[in-house]
Design a protein around this ligand. Structure first.
Ligand SMILES: [Zn+2]
Length: 679
């Protein structure tokens, strides 16, 4: 609960024990409520300083404990922590309600909001007033007492359901791992991958067998190389059937109830559906705007996916396969088409992407070129798991800027996917510097082997580091507006933008070197990777649009409608959007779509695409202005990365770009359209 005496207030993982969390969370909530009660009961007339700034300073203990606790429950959990999480989640939901439904506090905030035009607060102060006011209204401050009671009950239920979903999905994913008896079943995988599968089996007490753990998404990486079609089908089915097997880990009843709870919540606010209620503070503003962008891309995306499927079917027929392309064949034949058309072999490129070299000579190097940052590994900062590494980040003037934690390898007690968050946020008011982390799920090599990444993994590393930069380069006063505390449909912009540097010639040449010889990647191979970028984009965009529009379908249900069957609802929704391609299933099916059921992505999965429009458009600006230069980096840092959400996002972007974003650079990057200059 106390501020850590370590540099950057780094959490003292060497001293924190699991049994500390529950008492610390409870004491943190209590202290926070006492502080808030004091602000609300202040006899002095409400001012910006005695109300909003006081609120910004409140809850420091709780924030500190929560940030460490929820990091561990996601990245390094155990049954003890899960139990605490189940117990504490509804208490935290009730805690938030205590604050947001505090009538006296809201009256003070409303009074300040009413006077805001005359308060001479400056843009950041104005934004803080607006955010507090909107957040309170949105949390129910203006509802009747009876409706507030209903809202509290719905919030309680939602928080219980999301925790239950998370735990069931983790168990379902672990249990869904494919266990194979014979090494021959794994034919097609590399020696290292087979060793890793044997090690995974051993870790589960299945010595002599082979375990392929499930990744988050519908498609599984091993499907690209497994030669035995029956094994592919088993792995694919294990993936799509997870959390819907009718056992204790089935999430479908939870999904149905969550959709209903959210619709009922929206109805209390007079909104027609949850998406309308949830998107008020987003850059897109309405579900209609998000759907318009997505549906506009459906025809081109599905046409490209169908052409990709036809090419693979021709290959199957040519090989006298005698079967129709199924979704479990897609990655396998896509890989063959890729080899044939682009002559690109994953096994051939992986030796050039050794993890540490990609990190230091690629990810860190790009940040040095653009923003002048330098990095130094700190072995003295305690970590929660031995694979985790810590780096101190220095600004261009050599002053300490931030702490960066990297936790890259997959573990059974880690949630799937990749993400960034912080232990400490930057704030001028609280005089704190950021301590941020990246978590990924890269395959851990067998002992003594180098960690070799696919180009997808490399891209993920740049992506998550883009979020990290957004957190580390934050330069604002109020913690509520700092770093990555921006709308969901903007938050993926800095991360997706940072992916561009992975293939930028100067950066790529600096990191992509053979780990055995140090030799750079031959130019012909680089050109192949570059050319292959638009490969399979029909599939990638279609599976994404299917999931993002499913999210909208679930969250635009009116409160009066009760869905009975998850699968039937999905089928109908996909058909309605013309996304019912049997060979291209959604990236996530409803029962394991964690983004929308547990995270902040309910009615927000479209945000990746919305942000991607910004990312390609901003990169087009960089290319038109000299590409990788400190001047361009500093401008981007000054106008975007350092600004948090201190201004309306559309305005912020327009100021940087000199225009509203155009969707064309995205269409070109995805291979849906030729570049206007024919390149
Ligand atoms: Zn991201």
């Amino acid at each position: 609960m106390k501020p850590s005496p370590l540099p950057f207030q780094a959490p003292q993982f060497d001293r924190i024990q699991d049994s500390d969390f529950l008492p610390a969370l409870e004491a943190g909530m209590k202290a926070h409520l006492a502080e808030v009660a004091k602000v609300a009961a202040n006899p002095a007339a409400p001012t910006f300083e005695n109300t909003l700034v006081a609120l910004e300073r409140s809850g420091a203990e709780l924030t500190r404990v929560k940030k460490v606790f929820f990091h561990l429950t996601a990245a390094n959990t155990n049954p003890g922590l899960q139990k605490i999480q189940e117990e504490v989640a509804p208490k935290l939901a009730a805690h938030d309600d205590e604050i947001y439904l505090n009538a006296r506090l809201f009256q003070r905030i409303k009074a300040i909001h009413d006077q805001r035009a005359h308060l001479k607060l400056g843009p950041e102060g104005q934004e803080l007033v607006e955010r507090y006011y909107q957040t309170f209204v949105h949390a129910g401050a203006e509802l009747s007492a009876a409706d507030q009671t209903k809202l509290r009950a719905l919030n309680q239920e939602e928080s219980k359901l999301t925790t239950e979903f998370r735990n069931r999905l983790l168990a379902a994913t672990k249990d869904g791992a494919l266990v194979l008896d014979h090494e021959a079943d794994l034919k097609g995988l590399s020696k290292g991958e087979i060793e890793a599968a044997a090690a995974a089996a051993k870790a589960r007490g299945l010595e002599g067998k082979f375990v392929l753990a499930l990744q988050n998404t519908t498609q599984q990486p091993a499907l690209a190389s497994l030669e035995d079609r029956a094994v592919r089908e088993r792995l694919f089915k294990a993936s799509v059937d997870r959390a819907s097997l009718g056992n204790a880990d089935d999430t479908r009843a939870i999904d149905l109830r969550l959709a209903q709870v959210r619709a009922q919540k929206a109805a209390l606010f007079g909104c027609k559906d949850f998406a309308t209620y949830a998107m008020y503070d987003q850059m897109a503003k309405t579900p209609e705007a998000a759907e318009k962008l997505m549906t506009s891309l459906v025809p081109a995306a599905t046409a490209k996916a169908r052409a990709e499927a036809a090419k693979m079917q021709a290959l199957i027929d040519q090989q006298k396969g005698g079967f129709q392309l199924a979704p479990w064949d897609w990655q396998y034949y896509a890989e063959q088409v890729r080899k044939a058309e682009y002559d690109l072999d994953e096994a051939q490129i992986k030796p050039y992407f050794e993890l540490d070299r990609v990190l230091q000579d690629g990810v860190f190097y790009a940040a040095h070129q653009l923003y002048g940052l330098t990095f130094k590994e700190r072995k003295d900062i305690p970590v929660y798991q031995p694979d985790v590494r810590v780096f101190e980040v220095f600004d261009a003037d050599r002053k300490p800027l931030a702490l960066f934690y990297a936790d890259y390898f997959k573990r059974d007690n880690k949630s799937g996917g990749a993400w960034m968050d912080s232990f400490v946020d930057q704030s001028g008011l609280l005089k704190t510097k950021p301590a941020v982390y990246n978590v990924c799920n890269f395959s851990k090599p067998a002992p003594g082997q180098p960690a070799l990444l696919s180009f997808d993994d490399v891209t993920t590393m740049f992506h998550e580091f883009g979020h990290a930069l957004h957190g580390m380069l934050s330069n604002v006063k109020y913690p509520l507006l700092a770093g990555t505390n921006v709308p969901r449909d903007f938050v993926e912009f800095p991360s997706q933008f940072n992916e561009n540097w992975a293939l930028q010639p100067q950066v790529f040449a600096h990191y992509a070197k053979d780990y055995r010889t140090g030799k750079p990647m031959p130019d012909a191979l680089v050109q192949k990777i570059r050319k292959a970028r638009t490969f399979n984009q029909g599939y990638a965009l279609t599976e994404y649009l299917a999931s993002a529009l499913l999210d909208m379908a679930w969250h635009t249900l009116p409160a009066t409608e009760q869905v009975k069957d998850v699968q039937a609802f999905e089928d109908q929704a996909l058909k309605g959007f013309h996304l019912d391609l049997s060979q291209v299933p959604p990236r996530y099916h409803t029962p394991y779509f964690a983004h929308i059921w547990t995270g902040d992505y309910a009615a927000g999965y479209y945000a990746y695409l919305w942000s991607e429009v910004l990312d390609h458009d901003a990169y087009a600006w960089f290319k038109a202005h000299g590409d990788l230069t400190r001047a361009n980096g500093d401008r981007f840092r000054r106008m975007i990365l350092s600004r948090g959400s201190t201004e309306d996002m559309a305005k912020l972007y327009r100021a940087f770009r000199g225009a509203d974003p155009s969707v064309e650079p995205l269409e070109v990057a995805r291979g849906l359209k030729d570049a206007p200059d024919g390149k």
